[in-house]
Design a protein around this ligand. Sequence first.
Ligand code: SF4
Ligand code: SF4
Length: 273
Amino acid sequence: MATIITSECINCGACEPECPNTAIYQGGVEYELNGVMHPPLSNDIFYIVPEKCTECVGFFDQEACAVVCPVDCCVPDPQRPESEDALIVRARELHPDKTFADGFPSRFKEGGGGAASTAGEAAPAATAKPTAAAAPAPVPAAAPAAAPAMEMSTLNIPTIEEWEVPIECHHCKGSYAVAFRHFRSGVVFYCPFCNGSTVVTSSMRNYVAQSLHTFYDQWAHDFEVFQEKRQRQLTEFEERQRERLEALNESLTQARHDYKPPGAPRKRAWIFG
Ligand code: SF4
Ligand code: SF4
């Protein structure tokens, strides 16, 4: 059965970019099907074009729109029961340029058929969906938290979980930040200035996570290279200093023979000799 959006939709827009089939449209916006534009199926709230919905079969092990919807209003349409076979056929028709292997992800399969998509798309987070109540209070962006520094540097780089993710409110354009550990798909943050909501989508979450991990990996690699180089330079420096020290000692030893200090015992010459 295709997925539908119920009247509880709050128009947050979180589901639209998650759909692998571009089956979700904003209320009042025409939809496209096979190159032809059609009048909107809803004028007030987001809607799903059933002919384009595969219940994410072929892409994910669960409905991506339902995963991110903060009010659980993306639900199966009991009026439109469809088999997995019919849905994968639709996916192939919608994406003739893609290959769907036999083990394609599907909500019908035991364990979901794997999170990886045959079409190369990122799977949505499979974690329990947090609600608005679970979202922590955001902090204004201008106040970065004093997070623990990375062990390998004296710079105050926060850990990934503590990293402050900047958010711009869609409503008032105000900026605030939340710790990455709270930046989960489906979590709703409320702007501290106008109370407008922002829902974290899985694509947003994936992008931020990937950026942070890339940064940290690069940082760790560069730091390791730097340490090796510094160790090499230190070894070379110590070697040079050791040679200079030996040369100095040699020179002082030689001076001991060449220069007699005043008052040093000398062999007397025989006055009449
Ligand atoms: S279930 Fe999947 S394919 Fe259907 S509308 Fe939702 S995201 Fe799109
Ligand atoms: S995520 Fe849910 S509430 Fe938000 S627009 Fe989509 S259906 Fe509506």
